[in-house]
Design a binder for this molecule. Structure first.
Ligand SMILES: [Zn+2]
Length: 300
């Protein structure tokens, strides 16, 4: 007779334990961490699946759908079972599949999330050529949403754990930079000089225009569009939804798919949905579809 434990080879339970150990954590929540930390700290990159004929296999054992080119996916780098000599190795998952394995209400997991951008691609161990060809990097909207999601999730975690610093964000981040992150694009926003933000010229312009969260019709616009208000659940309830990240990104993805179609390609329902989005949101989504590229000095 086998014990109930033997009869319960839940593949997801096994994967959760392996993943925790890959990160240097104990196999179960509450267990002491591994004796020696991992050689390199794995990160969770949100990236765009590159061109390929059949897509990539999702690592979740219970998923049999491939991840297709142009879809957002999660790349854990380095992959499980690889040493530090395999910098570009990665385990690939649908984002909603990866959410089956990790608990993003814990900083151990949340802190490892990174959108794959001009600023992070080197951490992923990719070669410059494939990135500069337009593969992997995420559109501006995804970069801003993932980073802001991480900030708001982190805030609710700290509040829950009683370690939130009530002095507010402005104490930690330069006030001009903070305003640039949150208010750019609004007609009421008074743009700071580049020097006041301490940013290099291209990043200042990126945040001020290309990646601005607001879309406005100009002074007097009382219904300005805002990226975070549209897609991000900034309430504490977000912690209760294990699929909060994938839900947010899917909502954005569906809207972009909708606006990329002409009227005659849409059925009645699609046409109505596009009309509800409205001209301002369409303008914003098109602007935020741009992918800020690495500076050419990175070319190797
Ligand atoms: Zn999957």
């Amino acid at each position: 007779m086998s014990s109930p434990t033997d009869a319960d080879p839940d593949p997801l339970k096994i994967q959760r334990k392996l993943l925790r150990q890959h990160l240097g954590l104990g196999p179960n929540p509450g267990d002491p961490p591994a004796n020696s930390p991992p050689q390199s700290q794995p990160l969770f990159f949100i990236e765009m699946a590159p061109d390929s004929r059949r897509g990539a296999k999702c690592k979740l054992p219970t998923c049999d759908e491939n991840i297709m080119p142009g879809e957002l996916r999660l790349a854990m780098n380095p992959a499980m079972g690889y040493g530090r000599w395999h910098r570009s190795s990665a385990d690939l998952y649908h984002i909603h599949c990866f959410e089956e394995l990790v608990d993003f209400t814990q900083a151990d997991f949340l802190d490892r999330i990174q959108p794959l951008t001009r600023q992070t691609w080197k951490l992923r161990g990719l070669n410059a050529g494939s990135v500069l060809d337009g593969n992997y990097l995420v559109p501006g909207a995804v970069e801003r949403l993932v980073l802001e999601w991480k900030v708001t999730h982190g805030k609710w975690i700290d509040k829950r754990d009683g370690v939130y610093d009530e002095s507010g964000d402005g104490e930690h981040v330069h006030a001009d930079f903070f305003a640039l992150l949150r208010k750019a694009g609004s007609s009421e926003y008074k743009q700071p000089t580049k020097a006041a933000t301490g940013l290099p010229g291209n990043e200042y312009y990126n945040l001020l225009v290309t990646l601005a969260p607001y879309e406005s019709d100009g002074p007097g616009d009382t219904e300005e569009w805002n990226l975070f208000d549209t897609y991000l659940d900034s309430t504490v309830k977000a912690l209760d939804n294990p699929h909060d990240l994938s839900t947010m990104l899917q909502h954005w993805y569906d809207d972009v798919a909708l606006i990329s179609k002409e009227e005659d390609e849409l059925d009645e329902q699609g046409g109505a949905a596009k009309a509800i989005l409205g001209e301002k949101a369409i303008r914003a989504l098109k602007r935020l579809s741009a992918i800020p590229m690495p500076q050419s000095s990175y070319r190797e």
